[in-house]
Ligand binder design. Structure first.
Ligand code: SAM
Length: 269
């Protein structure tokens, strides 16, 4: 089905306004992702589909639209040097600094299908070892797409997906399912994560400030203005001395928030 320029504009404005996702130069990708669904649903045009999205008070169609338009690509061990930095520098520092409260604020802000927050939970658990039970290190893991979060909560991956995970983590933190091809993250790790839907475009009304924020590989979908507003909000929601991790191919404009750069993708308030 052909998407007219007007229809394209209507859809990219809709997702940009609500979710910051900038698809102004991605007409082909957009059509590719929506075409089958719109045709199968019996809508005779993208306009008709968008009318249905806007009229649907249950929000289900919008959820589907978002599920199709977000890029959720992620994988275990991605940019693992961040986890190593956490292990070597950040966690030892926090263990000393927060020795009295024993409560860490960690937010994984574009959690996708869960690989990143699960890795974080495994790293933190290993770091604290036997002392882990004496600490609250619950990770808040959020994403705008409910569909991808449902997968994250299930925590079930194929053998291929977990192939790069170190053997000791595979043994300790995954259990093989009876079908012989899937592995599920163990309860002990699942319990360390609070999965919630959250749109980064919304005001940050968190009760506490965070020691660590992972905001990796999501800003690439936003335009500059959106990124700048987001970085300001992220800065304000970090504890003094708190750390921000972004994707290795991403950058931030430090004129909008006075972050100290530790490495090109690691920043400190
Ligand atoms: C490419 S994935 C990155 C996953 C993981 N952080 C990583 O680095 O592998 C980008 C994620 O950002 C989410 N996302 C896009 N726009 C968002 C928004 N406005 N608020 C929250 N999450 C958003 C998408 O749903 C997607 O799951």
């Amino acid at each position: 089905m052909k998407m007219t320029e007007d229809e394209f504009r209507r859809i990219y404005r809709y997702v940009k306004l609500r979710y910051g996702i900038d698809m102004t130069k991605k007409k082909e990708i957009m059509t590719g992702r929506l075409e089958n669904f719109v045709t199968a649903g019996g809508w005779h045009s993208y306009d008709a589909f968008m009318n249905a999205v806007e009229a649907d008070t249950t929000g289900q169609l919008e959820k589907r639209l978002l599920g199709m338009l977000t890029t959720n690509h992620t994988f275990f061990m991605r940019e693992f040097e961040h986890m190593e930095y956490l292990q070597k520098v950040v966690l030892p520092e926090l263990r000393t600094k927060e020795a009295a409260r024993r409560d860490l604020g960690i937010w994984c802000a574009a959690a996708s299908s869960g690989e990143e927050p699960y890795m974080l939970a495994m790293q933190i658990k290993d770091f604290f070892g036997l002392d882990h039970d004496n600490w609250d290190t619950t990770i808040l893991a959020t994403d705008v797409s409910t569909e991808i979060l449902e997968q994250a909560v299930r925590g079930i991956y194929t053998e291929e997906q977990i192939a790069s995970v170190p053997p000791q983590w595979k043994r300790r933190y995954f259990k093989a399912l009876p079908d012989g091809v899937h592995y599920e993250v163990v309860k002990e790790i699942k319990n360390e994560i609070l999965f919630r839907r959250f749109n980064l475009m919304d005001p940050f009304l968190f009760k506490r400030k965070f020691h660590v924020i992972f905001l990796r590989n999501v800003m690439i979908y936003f335009d500059n203005q959106t990124k700048q507003n987001l970085i300001r909000k992220i800065y304000n929601s970090l504890e003094p001395g708190g750390y921000l991790f972004i994707g290795r191919t991403e950058t931030i404009d430090r004129t909008v928030a006075p972050f100290q750069m530790i490495q090109p993708s690691i920043f400190r308030k």
